[in-house]
Ligand binder design. Structure first.
Ligand SMILES: Cc1ncc(C[n+]2csc(CCOP(=O)(O)OP(=O)(O)O)c2C)c(N)n1
Length: 635
C-alpha cells in the first residue's frame, strides 16, 4: 500500500514525518503523470507545486482555513489531498471532476477560478467577510508569477495593503507563465534574487521574523527593524513592502521541511504578507521540465517518451491563423500582433519566430493589450489583438471606450470561441457575439472553415475601423487554403444551397452542422436553403429579408449564447421590418453555463449536435408548416 492510499483528507498529513511528506510528494507526482498521460491536463504547473500544496495542507486546516488558487489550473494536488483522489482519473472528463476549483465540487474549494489574477482580490474579500463576522481563520492566496502580470492582481495588492487584512499570499515563481514570463517586475525579481549579498543575509532576515511577536506592534521589535533596514537595501520584493504587504523570501518551493517551517512562522504573523517561493515548472518529469510550455496544458501523451498522442488531422484554426498573419505582416508593415501571454495558444508564436519585432506579448493583461492596441492604432499601426473569446471579456471596456468609440483600426481575432471542451465553463467562449454585437462601430465576422478564416483575416486588415473575427478551438474542416486570400464584401452572406421550404442561416462551425441538417431534411422531403451568414454584424439584411418573404420560415444556428447573438440579430431585423409573423427558430447555446467534456458530449447534452439539430428543425418545420396552413385556412 502506498502512502498516498492512506491519505483521505488533509488531517492525515499532520502526523507525517518530513521523510513521509517527501515520499508522498513523489507518489503524487507519479499519480499526476499516470492520470494525465491518459486524460491530458495541466501537468507542468501541478508537478511544480506538489511540495507547496502538501506543506499548506500540513500547516493549515482546510476547509476552515481558505485556500484560494489563482487560475486554479494548479489545484490538482489540492484535489488529490482533499477527498478527490479516487475521482482524480475523471478530471476534465464529462461528468468527472473539474480541472479547476469549483465551489460546487468541494467545500475545500473556497473560490472558483479559471481566469488569472483573481486570487488576491477574492482572498481580500473573503478575509474582510471573516472580519465582519468576527470569525478567526487563515486566508491564503496562491498566485503564480504569470498571474502577477495581470492588472487585477495589482488592484488586489493595492487594496489589501491598505486594508491591513490578515491574508497570506504565496507567490509561486517558476519564471514561467505558459511561455517564459515577461515584464519589468519579472526582470526585477530575477535580478534581485540573484544578488549574492541578499542571498547571504536572507537567513538572518528569517531568523528575525521568527522572533517577531505574533500580535502587537512588530515595528517596535529589534527583529523587525533589522529586517526592514536589510530589506530596504536588498530585497527583491520591496515593491510589496511599499504597498504594505510584508515580503518574505524567496525560498526553495521544493523543500517541504523548509516550507512547513516558513509557513508555521508566517501563520503566527498577522496582517497582509507574501511568501515568495521559487519552483521548477514540470519538476520531476524530464519531458515537462525540458518543455514546460507544451506540458503547461497537454493532451494525452506517452509517459515514457513524453510524445503527444494526437492523431494527424486537418490543421487547427490556430495554426492557420498563425501562419496567415505572418504573410499579412510581410505584406503591410503597419500590422503587428498582440497576445496576452498566449503566443502558442493563439498561433502568434509563428509571428514571434518569423518577425519578432512585430510581435508583442504583454503578459496576462488583456485590458492593457486592447488599450495598447488602441494606442498603436491611433498612431497609424494596424494591431491584431489575438485573444481567446473568454479572456477578451476582461477587456470589454477597452473594446468599447478605447477602440470602438474612437473608431480605431483594431482587429480582434478571438480563438476558442464557442465550446472549448474539457476546460469547461470558465473557458467556453460563448458570449462574444452578444458582447460585441452591442458595441457601436463593431463589425463581426465568423468563418465557416479555415480558408474563410484566411480570407476574413485579409478582409479585416483592409477594413477601416474596429472589426472582430471569432473561430473555434481545434481542427479546421480540412479544406484547401487559397493561395491568395480574398477580401470579402462586408455584411454579405453566402448562399450554399437553395430550397424553397425553409431557410437555414448558420454561423461558423454550425454551417457544417447545418449542411448535414439540409441533407437530413431533404431525405424527408423538406428542401432547405442554406446560408453561411459570415457576418453577425452587420447581418445581410437584403438576403435575410428576401428569404423571409420568399420562403417564410427561418432557422438560425450559432455557437453562442442564444441571448443576444446572431439569432437575436435576425429576430430584431424581422421585427423592425414588420416580419414578425415569419416563424423563426433560433438554435444556439443555452442561457446557462455549460459543463466540461468533449465537444461532442457537450453538444449532445445541449441538443446542438448534428442529429439533434436535424430533428429539432424537422419538428419546427412540421409544427410551423401546420400552423401556416391553418392560418391560411382561417383567412
Ligand atoms: C485572464 C486570463 N488570461 C489568460 C489565461 C491563460 N493562462 C492560464 S494559466 C496561464 C499562465 C499562468 O502562469 P502562472 O500564474 O505563473 O502559473 P504557472 O502555470 O506558471 O504555475 C495563462 C496565461 C487565463 N487563465 N486567464
Amino acid at each position: 500500500m502506498s502512502l498516498l492510499d492512506t491519505i483521505e483528507s488533509p488531517a492525515d498529513l499532520k502526523e507525517l514525518s518530513t521523510e513521509q511528506l517527501e515520499q508522498l510528494a513523489w507518489e503524487i507526482r507519479e499519480r499526476l503523470i499516470e492520470v494525465l498521460s491518459n486524460t491530458g491536463g495541466h501537468l507542468a504547473p501541478n508537478l511544480g507545486i506538489v511540495e507547496l500544496t502538501i506543506a499548506l495542507h500540513t500547516v493549515f486546516d482546510s476547509p476552515r482555513d481558505r485556500m484560494i488558487w489563482d487560475v486554479s489550473h494548479q489545484s490538482y494536488v489540492h484535489k488529490i489531498l482533499t477527498g478527490r483522489k479516487e475521482n482524480f482519473p475523471t478530471i476534465r472528463q464529462y461528468k468527472g471532476i473539474s480541472g479547476y476549483t469549483s465551489r460546487d465540487e468541494s467545500e475545500h474549494d473556497a473560490f472558483g477560478a479559471g481566469h488569472a489574477s483573481t486570487a488576491i482580490s477574492a482572498a481580500s474579500g473573503i478575509a474582510r467577510a471573516r472580519d465582519h463576522k468576527g470569525d478567526d481563520y487563515h486566508v491564503i492566496a496562491i498566485v503564480g508569477d504569470g498571474a502577477m502580470t495581470g492588472g487585477l492582481a495589482f488592484e488586489g495588492l493595492n487594496n489589501l495593503g491598505a486594508s491591513h487584512s490578515d491574508v497570506l499570499i504565496i507567490l509561486n515563481d517558476n519564471d514561467m507563465s505558459i511561455a517564459p514570463n515577461v515584464g519589468a517586475i519579472h526582470e526585477h525579481f530575477t535580478t534581485a534574487i540573484s544578488n549574492p549579498l541578499y542571498n547571504k543575509v536572507k537567513d538572518q532576515i528569517w531568523e528575525a521574523i521568527s522572533k517577531v511577536p505574533a500580535v502587537g506592534k512588530p515595528a517596535s521589535s529589534l527583529g523587525h527593524k533589522m529586517e526592514e533596514s536589510l530589506k530596504n537595501l536588498l530585497v527583491p520584493g520591496i515593491i510589496f513592502d511599499r504597498l504594505g504587504i510584508r515580503y518574505f523570501g524567496p525560498v526553495d518551493g521544493h523543500d517541504i521541511e523548509g516550507l512547513v517551517r516558513r509557513l508555521r512562522d508566517l501563520k503566527n504573523l498577522k496582517g497582509p504578507k507574501l511568501l515568495h517561493i521559487k519552483t521548477k515548472k514540470g519538476k520531476g518529469y524530464e519531458p515537462a521540465e525540458n518543455d514546460a510550455t507544451s506540458f503547461h496544458g497537454t493532451g494525452a501523451f506517452d509517459r515514457v517518451t513524453g510524445e503527444g498522442k494526437k492523431k494527424d488531422g486537418p490543421p487547427s484554426y490556430t495554426s492557420v491563423f498563425g501562419k496567415a498573419i505572418v504573410e499579412e505582416c510581410r505584406r503591410d508593415e503597419r500590422i503587428v500582433g498582440i497576445t496576452g501571454a498566449m503566443a502558442n495558444g493563439t498561433g502568434l508564436d509563428y509571428l514571434a519566430d518569423a518577425i519578432p519585432d512585430r510581435f508583442y506579448d504583454v503578459g496576462i493583461a488583456e485590458a492593457h493589450a486592447v488599450c495598447f492596441a488602441a494606442g498603436l492604432a491611433s498612431n497609424g499601426m494596424k494591431p491584431v489583438c489575438a485573444i481567446y473569446s473568454t479572456f477578451l471579456q476582461r477587456a470589454f471596456d477597452q473594446v468599447v471606450h478605447d477602440v470602438a468609440l474612437q473608431n480605431l483600426n483594431v482587429f480582434f481575432c478571438m480563438d476558442r470561441s464557442g465550446l472549448v471542451g474539457d476546460d469547461g465553463p470558465t473557458h467556453h467562449g460563448t458570449l462574444d457575439l452578444s458582447y460585441l454585437r452591442c458595441v457601436p462601430n463593431m463589425v463581426i465576422m465568423v468563418p465557416k472553415d479555415e480558408n474563410e478564416l484566411v480570407n476574413m483575416l485579409r478582409t479585416g486588415l483592409l477594413y477601416d475601423g474596429p472589426i472582430a473575427m471569432r473561430y473555434p478551438r481545434g481542427e479546421g474542416e480540412g479544406v484547401k487554403i487559397d493561395h491568395e486570400p480574398q477580401e470579402l464584401p462586408i455584411g454579405a452572406g453566402e448562399v450554399l444551397n437553395e430550397g424553397s421550404d425553409v431557410a437555414l442561416l448558420a454561423v461558423g462551425r454550425m454551417v457544417g452542422f447545418a449542411r448535414r441538417a439540409v441533407e437530413h431534411l431533404s431525405r424527408n422531403g423538406i428542401e432547405a436553403t442554406l446560408v453561411n451568414a459570415r457576418f453577425v454584424k452587420p447581418i445581410d439584411e437584403e438576403l435575410i429579408g428576401r428569404l423571409a418573404d420568399e420562403i417564410g420560415m427561418i432557422v438560425t444556428l450559432e455557437e453562442n449564447n442564444i441571448r443576444g447573438g446572431f439569432g437575436t440579430a435576425v429576430l430584431e431585423f424581422l421585427s423592425r421590418t414588420g416580419r414578425t409573423s415569419v416563424p423563426t427558430l433560433t438554435l444556439g447555446l443555452p442561457d446557462a453555463f455549460v459543463t466540461h467534456g468533449t465537444i461532442e458530449q457537450l453538444m449532445k447534452e445541449i441538443e446542438l449536435d448534428p442529429e439533434s439539430i436535424s430533428s429539432r428543425i424537422e419538428s419546427f418545420f412540421k409544427e410551423a408548416d401546420t400552423g401556416l396552413r391553418t392560418d391560411r385556412g382561417n383567412r
